[in-house]
Design a protein around this ligand. Structure first.
Ligand SMILES: [Zn+2]
Length: 695
C-alpha cells in the first residue's frame, strides 16, 4: 500500500442509451470500477471517477425509426433511467455526463480539429455501402453480414461481437441493410481516416512488449492478435445525420464516427465535473503522474487499447492509460445476456423488486465476476450467496456482537483484561487484512478481495463460536469482557473494509457502531481510513457507546426466486412466439390440387426413436386402410412412449421414400406452438397462433 496520495482518473465504459442497464454491464464494468474508486478514495487519493451516456450510436437511430420518435427522445428516456438507477445502486461517479451535452460537442470538435490541423488524418474518396431504397449510406450497425474472420452471420459493419474483431462495413460477406434488408450497392463518398497502421510499431512496443505482465492476459492477448493481423486505416467520419457534425471544410452532412466521439466523452465528463467543483481538469488528463484506468467489457477492448490510445497519442497533449482491466461476459441462467431479446436482469427493475438490497446484488456480481472467463448468474446462486454467506456469516457475526454488547454492557465497549494467545492471534489476523485486501484490489482481483473480506467475517464468527461468551457469562464475567472487546474490534474492521464492496451495509454498520462519535473523540484522526486498522491500538475504544442492533442482511425466500424465474420463462415464450415469423401464403391450389391429397385420421400403435439419429422417430400408424410405417422428425419433441395411442392426421398418399434405410409411407401432419415445440395438429392446444403452418 502506498501512502503518498496519487491522482487517478478512472473511467467506466459509457453505456449506450438504447436500453437500460443490466447485470452484465454491472458485473463487467460498473461494480469493479466502483470498488476501485471507493478504495482509492479511502486511501486518501485524488480520484476523478467519470462516466456518461453514449448517445450517438447507430442503434439509437434505428430504435427511433422503429418507434416513430426522434433519436433525442430515445436518448433522453434512457439517459434518465440509467442515471437514476446508477445513483440508487450506489455507483459513486464523481460525474455522469452525456455525449449530447454542449461541453462534449465542443471538446470532441476541438479534438478533431487539432488532429486535422496537424495532418493526422488521411482524406480519401472510397466506395461505401449504400442503401438505394433508404437513400442513405450504411455504416456500422446499419449493415449486418458475415464476419470474414469467424463466420458469424450477424456481424455488424464496425465490429463482430462474436470474435471481437473490429471491421469496416465493406469487409462483411453478404452485407444486408439493417433498415430495409436489401443488399446494398457501392457509392463513392469522401471521408477522413485514422491511419492505425502507422501506429502499429508504437502499439507493439507500448502494449505487447511493455504491458505483458501487468495487463490482464485476456486484454493483452487480444491486442497482440490484432497487431499480428496488421492494423489498417479506419474512417473516423460517417455519412449520417445523428452525431457531432464534422467541424472542417468538406464535412457538411457528415458526423464523427461514434467511436471517435464516445471516448472523448471521458474528457468532457471530467471537464464538466471540474467546472462544477471549481477544479482544473487538465492535470487529470495531461499530467504524466496521473494514473488513467479504463474499466470496460471485453467487447470494447479494441476501442480502448488501439483506437483511443492512437487518438490520444496523435493529438499529443494527453496521457495514456495505465491499465485497461477489461472483464469477460456474464451470462444469465446459462444464456447470453441480450437487450434486444430482453434476456436480462434489469437494474431499475431489481431496485424496485429488491428494495434496499443493493449490496446483495453487488456482492453476488463480485463473487461471480467474469474476471478471467465468462461466468453465469443464476437466481439459485444469488439466493444461496445471500442466505449462506451474507446472512449466515457476516450478518450473524455482527448481530451477535451488537446484541450481546447491548445485553451485557448496555452498549458500552467493555475494558479488556489480558489477552489470551487466541486473542492475540485473532487481533494479529485482523490487522493483516487491510494489506491483503488492498493487494488484491490493486491487482484488479475484486472477487479475491471480496473473498478475503468474507474471511475476516468468518474469523469473527469462528472466534465467537469458539469462545462462547453466552456460556462464559455464567462462570467468568471478566473473560467475557475481553472476548467482546476483541469481537467489537473485528466488527469495526469489517465496517471499514466492507465500504468499497458493500457501501450501504458498511454505512449502516458504521452508524450502529457509532463511528462518528469515535471520530470526534480521536480529534483530527481520519477514522474510516483503511490503513489505521493495521496501526491503531484500538479501533473501538473501551467506554465507547454503540447503538442498538439492526439486521444488516435478511433472508431471501424461495417464492421471491420463483417470481424471478417465472419472469424469465415468460420472456422465453415471448421470444419464441416473436421468432416464429409467419411464412408468406403459397401459390393458389385448385380444387383438383386439393382433392389429390388423401388426408385421414390414424392411430399410433408403435413408436421408437431411430438409432444414431437425433430427430427421427419410426412410427407405426393404423390408418384404417392398413398399418403402415411413417418416419417423422419429432424425436426431440416427443418420447416414443407418450405418443402411442394418439390419434393423428396423416397424408396417406404421399409418395413413399426411404429415410436412413427405412421406407416411410405417408406423413403425419404437425404444427409448432409458440414455445417452438413441434406438436400434432390441434388448433385448440395452448400456444398455437393464427398463421402457423401445418407441415
Ligand atoms: Zn467474427
Amino acid at each position: 500500500m502506498s501512502n503518498t496520495p496519487q491522482r487517478y482518473t478512472i473511467t467506466a465504459a459509457l453505456p449506450y442509451t438504447n436500453g437500460p442497464i443490466h447485470i452484465g454491464h454491472l458485473a463487467g464494468v460498473y461494480v469493479p470500477a466502483d470498488i476501485y474508486a471507493r478504495y482509492l478514495r479511502m486511501q486518501g487519493n485524488d480520484v476523478a471517477f467519470v462516466c456518461g451516456s453514449d448517445e450517438h450510436g447507430v442503434p439509437i437511430t434505428i430504435k427511433a425509426k422503429k418507434e416513430g420518435v426522434t433519436p433525442q427522445d430515445i436518448v433522453d428516456k434512457y439517459d434518465g433511467i440509467i442515471r437514476q438507477s446508477f445513483e440508487n445502486f450506489g455507483i459513486s461517479f464523481d460525474n455522469y455526463s452525456r455525449t449530447t451535452a454542449k461541453v462534449h460537442h465542443d471538446t470532441a470538435s476541438a479534438f478533431f480539429k487539432k488532429m486535422f490541423k496537424d495532418g493526422k488524418f488521411i482524406e480519401e474518396t472510397t466506395k461505401q455501402l449504400y442503401d438505394e431504397n433508404a437513400g442513405q449510406f450504411l455504416a456500422d450497425r446499419f449493415v449486418i453480414g458475415t464476419c470474414p474472420k469467424c463466420g458469424n452471420q450477424e456481424a455488424y459493419g464496425d465490429q463482430c461481437e462474436s470474435c471481437g474483431t473490429s471491421l469496416n462495413a465493406t469487409d462483411l460477406i453478404n452485407p444486408k441493410s439493417a433498415i430495409t434488408g436489401e443488399t446494398p450497392t457501392l457509392k463513392e463518398t469522401r471521408h477522413w481516416f485514422l491511419p492505425l497502421d502507422q501506429y502499429q510499431e508504437w502499439l507493439d512496443n507500448w502494449i505487447v512488449k511493455g504491458h505483458a505482465h501487468d495487463w490482464k492476459s485476456n486484454v493483452h492477448g487480444q491486442v497482440k492478435s490484432w497487431l499480428n493481423d496488421g492494423l489498417r486505416a479506419r474512417a473516423v467520419t460517417r455519412d449520417l445525420d445523428w452525431g457531432i457534425p464534422v467541424p472542417v471544410e468538406g464535412g457538411e452532412g457528415k458526423v464523427l464516427y461514434v467511436w471517435f466521439d464516445a471516448p472523448i466523452g471521458y474528457i468532457s465528463s471530467t471537464k464538466e465535473w471540474a467546472e462544477r467543483e471549481n477544479k482544473d481538469w487538465e492535470p487529470y488528463w495531461k499530467d504524466k503522474d496521473t494514473k488513467l484506468i479504463h474499466f470496460i467489457g471485453k467487447d470494447n477492448i479494441v476501442f480502448h487499447c488501439i483506437i483511443f490510445p492512437v487518438m490520444l497519442k496523435a493529438h499529443g497533449d494527453f496521457i495514456l492509460p495505465e491499465n485497461v482491466p477489461a472483464n469477460e461476459f456474464l451470462n444469465l441462467e446459462g444464456k447470453k445476456l441480450s437487450t434486444s431479446k430482453n434476456w436480462a436482469v434489469w437494474l431499475h427493475e431489481y431496485l424496485e423488486e429488491f428494495p434496499n438490497q443493493q449490496d446483495v446484488l453487488r456482492y453476488v456480481l463480485t463473487a461471480n465476476a467474469p474476471e478471467a472467463k465468462d461466468n453465469d448468474f443464476t437466481w439459485k446462486d444469488f439466493q444461496a450467496r445471500n442466505n449462506n454467506e451474507l446472512v449466515a456469516i457476516f450478518g450473524n457475526f455482527i448481530n451477535r456482537v451488537m446484541v450481546l454488547t447491548n445485553k451485557y454492557y448496555s452498549g458500552i465497549v467493555p475494558k479488556p483484561n489480558n489477552y489470551s494467545k487466541i486473542d492475540e492471534q485473532t487481533i494479529a489476523e485482523l490487522k493483516a487484512y487491510p494489506a491483503v485486501i488492498a493487494s488484491s484490489i490493486e491487482k484488479y482481483r475484486f472477487r479475491e478481495a471480496q473473498g478475503e473480506l468474507m474471511n475476516l467475517a468468518r474469523l469473527g464468527n469462528k472466534y465467537l463460536a469458539d469462545e462462547e461468551p453466552w456460556k462464559l457469562i455464567k462462570t467468568d464475567k471478566e473473560r467475557v469482557k475481553t472476548v467482546m472487546y476483541v469481537a467489537l474490534q473485528i466488527a469495526s474492521g469489517l465496517a471499514t473494509l466492507s465500504e468499497p464492496f458493500l457501501p450501504f451495509s458498511s454505512r449502516k454498520l458504521q452508524q450502529m457502531l457509532n463511528f462518528t462519535d469515535v471520530e470526534s473523540k480521536l480529534s483530527g484522526q481520519e477514522f474510516s481510513q483503511w490503513d489505521k486498522i493495521a496501526t491503531r491500538d484500538s479501533l473501538l475504544p473501551a467506554g465507547h457507546q454503540i447503538k442498538k442492533a439492526e439486521l444488516l442482511f435478511s433472508k431471501i425466500e424461495d417464492s421471491q426466486m420463483q417470481e424471478q424465474l417465472d419472469k424469465l420463462e415468460a420472456t422465453k415464450s415471448a421470444n419464441a412466439a416473436s421468432s416464429n415469423k409467419l411464412e408468406p401464403q403459397k401459390d393458389i391450389a385448385t380444387f383438383e390440387d386439393f382433392t389429390k391429397m388423401d388426408i385421414r385420421i390414424g392411430t399410433i400403435i408403435e413408436a421408437y426413436k431411430m438409432p444414431k439419429t437425433k430427430k427421427l422417430m419410426v412410427i407405426k400408424v393404423d390408418t384404417g386402410l392398413n398399418k403402415r410405417t411413417i418416419v417423422s422428425g419429432i424425436a426431440e419433441h416427443y418420447k416414443a412412449e407418450e405418443i402411442i395411442g394418439k390419434k393423428v392426421t396423416v397424408l396417406a398418399n404421399l409418395a413413399p421414400r426411404k429415410l436412413r434405410g427405412v421406407e416411410s409411407e405417408g406423413m403425419i401432419l404437425m404444427t409448432e406452438n409458440s414455445a417452438g415445440k413441434l406438436i400434432f395438429v390441434n388448433p385448440d392446444e395452448d400456444g398455437v397462433e393464427p398463421g402457423t403452418t401445418i407441415n
